[in-house]
Write a protein that binds this ligand. Structure first.
Ligand code: SF4
Ligand SMILES: [Zn+2]
Length: 128
């Protein structure tokens, strides 16, 4: 699906992003538990830092509630290191989500099918 230009939207109810945060949290927890990381509860230091980072990115996402899933994003605001870490977590936890969190998993699948938006191009200011 080709990218669409979208204007920023911010839904004060934060619905979609709140759901995405729950999904990421569930995935990081599954990953942390599944790898016997010590240092909880509920997460080890590294996984807690990754979740905290992802939560901050989500909160400040320039697309507001029109955001695509981060995998489909046309901007990619994550640092290279964090992007790689979250990719590893998602790759491992993704297939396990359907079993442990079927509802979140279904919503995430639908969210992933939404067209990836692009940011509007800033208009150049011409002096009158
Ligand atoms: S990667 Fe893209 S969609 Fe995800 S939080 Fe950053 S800007 Fe938003
Ligand atoms: Zn961990």
């Amino acid at each position: 699906m080709s990218p669409q230009i979208v204007e920023f939207t911010t839904d004060k109810r934060f619905v979609r992003r709140a759901r995405e945060l729950k999904t990421i949290e569930a995935m990081v927890r599954l990953y942390c538990r599944g790898h016997d990381h010590s240092g909880g509860p509920p997460l080890c230091t590294d996984c807690a830092a990754l979740l905290d980072y992802a939560a901050r990115r989500l909160e400040r996402c320039v697309f507001g509630d029109a955001k695509p899933t981060c995998t489909n994003c046309t901007v990619h605001c994550y640092s290279a290191d964090m992007r790689e870490q979250i990719r590893i977590v998602m790759q491992w936890a993704g297939p396990r989500m359907a079993l442990h969190h079927p509802i979140l998993s279904i919503f995430h699948m639908f969210d992933g099918r939404r067209p990836a938006p692009m940011l509007p191009v800033k208009q150049e200011q011409h002096p009158e």
